[in-house]
Design a protein around this ligand. Structure first.
Ligand code: CA
Length: 417
């Protein structure tokens, strides 16, 4: 395959997400050894534990690299992880082939590796920060003329999700069972969810801990963000609808959330900063910020029925977010709530202004009233058994590409109750 650029001595195919600019971190294993830290480049993984064994990266404790999660490496701090990023970029340059003779020992083909959940996630928070998504859902479930609740433009709404059921891309999910109640029915019913949905989201990984009582300002917030991943917040709409009043999402969300395996460092996204939507009315002082805090990241969702080709159903962009990550962190910590390295904050469904940019089936099919045609002649209102949902994302500008790979998950039939 041709090189997209001569930047690295490692082959990077055209349109690869994992360019020399990107170098995302993940956890992988293969026939040679168990889970360890790696960096994706092209179609390979640079094995950092193997590099350490060969006498490189001697300043890093070996147990940080021979580790089943990234938390301990991230906890060394941004000065260390950024220096590591720059060192690796230097070693991978086409004109600096220091490592090239070691290629057979330090490069592992992604095809031959298994990717693991890259983090020990202590706490997970899901925001609700897309104006378009909140407006669409409010219009469908409440009043089209008054779709946004009074608090929405004043604070980044969120809830505490379940960290234990976050799974890595590729892990199949059984359709959840639960209580539902049809509008016309007197009593609730129990059984498999009939309205299973995805939510297209991105999530950021907290890279620096705080102590109880400590606040993070919007100006400091980027220092606390290690990197980003793609995130599918699977949602059972019928379970959600019956249970969510008055305390919010519970079992309609907590059965599973899927994460992409490669964590893209925030600094790799620097060239793709973008202005966010104008915030009106003006936000309270602790939510004000300077500079560009949104990122232009193209996002796509496809549904693949069994034995069929994937059908793209949504094309959105992370730049549409009304509330940015710095505001989310500032708000989350303003009451003194503390953070730990590896905590995850998801954006909320990322819908754009146009109908093909809606980030969930609930919105794309407008509650099932506008089904989406599939290549095999069937149609989808929600996700059916054996469907695979595939989300992809990348940023591209001036010949520079930084991608996230994908997060995918297949829905299997419910397990017997
Ligand atoms: Ca969500």
């Amino acid at each position: 395959m041709p090189q997209s650029s001569p930047l690295s001595w490692v082959n990077v195919p055209v349109n690869s997400d994992f360019t020399w600019h990107n170098l995302p971190f993940g956890i992988f294993s293969d026939a040679k050894a168990g889970p360890r830290v790696g960096v994706a480049i092209g179609e390979d993984i640079l094995d950092l534990a193997a590099l350490r064994q060969l006498g490189f990266l001697m300043h890093l404790p070996p147990e940080v690299l021979e580790n089943a999660v990234l938390n301990d490496l991230i906890a060394l701090g941004k000065s260390t992880t950024l220096a590591l990023r720059h060192t690796l970029q230097d070693w991978l340059r086409a004109d600096k082939p220091t490592l090239q003779p070691y290629a057979p020992q330090i490069l592992v083909s992604q095809k031959e590796a298994q990717l693991h959940l890259p983090l020990k996630i202590g706490d997970y928070t899901d925001f609700y920060s897309s104006l378009e998504h909140a407006t669409n859902v409010g219009a469908m479930f409440r009043d089209p003329k008054n779709a946004l609740l009074p608090n929405w433009r004043h604070l980044p709404v969120g809830y505490h999700g379940r960290a234990s059921s976050i799974i890595v891309s590729g892990t199949p999910i059984h359709r959840p069972l639960g209580q539902t109640k049809a509008d016309e029915a007197e009593m609730p019913d129990f059984g498999p969810s009939r309205l299973l949905d995805f939510e297209l989201e991105m999530a950021f990984v907290v890279g620096k801990s705080t102590t109880l009582g400590q606040r993070i300002s919007t100006a400091e917030a980027e220092d606390y963000i290690f990197g980003l991943v793609l995130f599918n917040d699977w949602s059972a709409r019928d379970i959600q609808k019956w249970e969510y009043v008055p305390l919010g999402p519970f079992l309609g969300k907590s059965f599973a959330s899927s994460l992409s395996p490669w964590v893209v460092m925030l600094e790799a996204l620097e060239p793709f900063r973008s202005p966010g939507p104008v915030q009106e009315p003006a936000v309270l002082p602790y939510l004000r910020f300077d500079g560009l805090k949104n990122y232009d990241i193209q996002l796509e969702v496809a549904i693949q029925a069994q034995h069929q080709s994937p059908q793209v159903v949504c094309q959105s962009n992370f730049k549409y977010m009304y509330w940015n990550m710095c505001q989310q962190l500032a708000h989350h910590s303003v009451n003194g709530c503390n953070f730990n390295v590896g905590d995850l904050c998801a954006s909320g469904t990322i819908s754009g202004p146009q109908a093909h940019q809606y980030g969930s089936m609930l919105e794309l099919t407008w509650r099932g009233t506008k089904p989406i045609p599939m290549p095999d002649g069937t149609e989808r209102r929600f996700i059916q058994d054996y469907d695979t949902v595939i989300m992809k994302g990348f940023a591209e500008k001036d010949g520079l590409r930084v991608g996230f790979g994908e997060v995918r998950g297949q829905i299997l039939p419910s397990q017997p109750a």
